[in-house]
Design a protein. Sequence first.
Length: 357
Amino acid sequence: MFGDMNPVQKKMLTIVVVVAILAGIVAAYMVWHHEEGGPSEDRLVIYAYDSFVSWGLSNSTIHKFEEMYNVTVEVRTYGDAGSVLNRVIMEKSNPQADIIVGVDNSLLQKALDNDVLEPYEPANIVKIPENLIFDPSYHVVPFDYGYVALVYNKTVVTNPPETFEDLLSPEWKGRLILENPQTSSTGLAFLDWTIAANGNSLNTTFWSILAGNAKITDGWDSAFEMFESGEGDIMVSYATDPAYYVEYYGDTNYVASFLKVNRTGKTTGYLQIEGMGIVKGCKHPELAKKFIEFALSEDFQKEIPLTNWMFPVNPDVPLPDCFEYAVHPEMDLAIDPKTLAENQDAWLDEWARAVQA
C-alpha cells in the first residue's frame, strides 16, 4: 500500500502510526496505573464510601490537596462505610490504602478491635468541639456529623408521628420507608436510635410491629428513589434533607422531624459522626497525616454542607443559607462505641428475627 504514496503521504502516514502507537502505550499505562492493585508508590490512596465521590465532596476537595503538595490522590469506593472498613480489615496483612473515610461512631470499635488504624492527633484538632471527638485515641478523626430523622412533605403528612410508639399506628401502614440496618449505615443508625431510646436494649415487639407497617430497603439510595416516586410518605433519612430541597428545588415543604421517647419528653435524634483514619502499615504515612489535617481545614470543611449534606465539624466554617432548614433535636442520643461493639451483632440478629416474625 505504501508503493502508491508519494513521499509526503508516506511521511504523514508514518507520523499517524507513531502517534497512534504512543497513544496506545499511554492509555495502557493509565489503565494499569489506576487499576486496583497496581503500584501506588507515587500517590495517596483513599478508600471511601460511594457517595463521597458521587455526591461531590471528593471532586470538590481532592484537587486542592493535590495542588498543595504536588501529589496524586486516588479514591477507591466500596459501597457503604461498613463495606469499606471490611475491605481494610481484609487487606490487613498487605494494606493497599493510606486513608479510610467513613468510620463513624457505630463502626469505631470494630476498627479498633481489628487494629487496622494508626493513631494520629492533628494539630488543628483543637478547633473541633470536644463532643464531636468520638475517639479520644485519635485512631479516627471526625470530619462531619448529622442526625438521623424522619423526612416528609408537610403538604402530604399533616400530622406526623411524634413518638416511637406512633410509628406503630395503622395510619402509617405502607407509608414508612426504612433502610435495612444489615446493609445500610443509615438503617443501622436508625436501629441504634431506637435502641438508645429504649435504654440500650432492642425492643423486638416494637420492631416486629414496625416491620409490618414499613417498607424496608437495602440502602438509602433505593429508599430515596421510592420516596421520590411516591411509594411512601415518610422516609428515614437525615435532618439536613430539607436544606437539600431548598437549595436545589426552592421547595420549603420538605421537613425533618425527630421522635420523643414519650409524648411529654424532648425530641431526640441519633448523632452520627463520620471520621477518617490512617491505615496501619500504609505506604505514605506522612502524606496521610497531611491529608487528615487538610480534612479539618476550612478548604475541605466548607465543601461538606452542599456535597455530603452533613454539618462540618469545624465551627469556623459558615453554613450556606439553605441550612436554616436543617434541624437539631432537643436532645442527642448516642450509644457508647464499646457498648456498640459488644452488642451490635447480637442486636442485628435479634432485629432480623423480629422483622421476619
